[in-house]
Design a binder for this molecule. Sequence first.
Ligand code: HEC
Length: 446
Amino acid sequence: MRSRYHLQALTLCVLLALGCDTPVDPGLVETAEELVEITRAANAELGRVTFQEECASCHAAGDGFDLAAFSFPDSTIIRRALGHVNELAANDIVAHVRTLQVENLKRFGPVEGVDRFSRIFQPGDRQLQSDVDFARTLFGEDVWPSELTSAELALIDPTDIAVALRFPRWSSEESNLDWMPDTPLSEGITSYRPSNSGSKYSSYRVGATLDTYYKYRTDHALRNAVESIRIAERSSANLEAPCLVQFSTLFRPEECFQTRRWTASLIAQHMVRTGQSDPLESFLHNLWWDVGNAARKSISHGNQIDNATENWAMWMHMGWAFAPEMNSSFYLGEGLKRLGLRRHATFVALRSMVARSDGSHHAYRDLRNVVLFAPDHWVAEALKFGYKHLIDQLEQGKLPRRRYDLEVAYEKLISTQRNLAARKLWLAQYLVRPLHQRVMELLPEL
Ligand code: HEC
């Protein structure tokens, strides 16, 4: 790069000299000016504007911070930029990206360097080989440990526990297993006013809310922006919404997946930029989970996106690890199971269970999910753990209080036993029966 700048500077001098010495000839001057224009040095300010106009629609951070943060070399930025702009503008963008690093340092402090191939938020910073490897790494052997207590499980931080899933890279040119959305947000999203979906929502267009975020880059502005996008992509009041996941005829899987990745990448960039590795509010991480749900629904509606199951499990897992109390463990567990990761799925069910709010019906669903996911030789111990946790809760007076919670509790307890019978795991059934009966006794009557 350096020698090339020298060459450019040299050309500039020669041309200027030429311009001065040569008798005025309008044609020549014009040519000279044109040449001067093409060979000027890179200009970071122009690069900033060009980036906003030509790149920011997909590179959701808006200012190109992703290219700086993930250490993309100049040569790569230029190669990719040339797909959108000319060589001069590509050089401007490189200059801009390099100044961004300095500006961000001043505003938010140092950001830990990330490699362009690194998989941010990959728990434990490594991918394990297999489901059994996961169990051995976590528990020392391939069992659900009988001595593990609820309090101990609750202390295990899923954002630290290495798994056999491979989390997305920032950019992958070969597949859709990356953060980068392939397309910008559609006009149907950016021009939507969330208030059209209900008066409590913002009356600003989604695009305006995003501009506010780009201006201030606060947590609060991020929340407003992504909440607006969330409403616009899934509200049935928006005729252009791609993510009406419950309706086969209206759901557009690819577009929904891209929209949700766009939002997910905005949130991830915010975390990287501001140096936050602690969880943000659950709502934001749940939008990562939602990317996985778009992939899952693409399968159930028979219109699969590429790598649908991997995307399903990996995105849901990423959202779940930061907010394990949020969703039914069935969805992530089922994705893991399809990838042959039954031990992971069992862990997800029980780790979710100990994070549930008091008396939540979800804890009883988690119990039932254990029977759906656990490998045969795990079922007895994993179920015992689940039942004991429920007994503990009930004895402390943490009862399902709303009628709905109670109904689900009974239903899931019965279906746990039915599934156990269907799997013909008689010994496990025998071992957990007293615990099952104890839970039934402690539950309020329906
Ligand atoms: C239409 C959407 C879109 C636009 C506009 C866009 N990009 Fe990208 N960019 C992507 C996607 C998607 C990727 C991820 C890799 C892939 O899927 O090819 C990416 C990846 C990159 C990468 C990393 C490539 C690698 O080696 O992994 C660079 C650098 C980059 N873009 C620069 C730019 C610049 C500079 C501009 C503007 C001049 C720009 N992009 C405009 C969508 C876009």
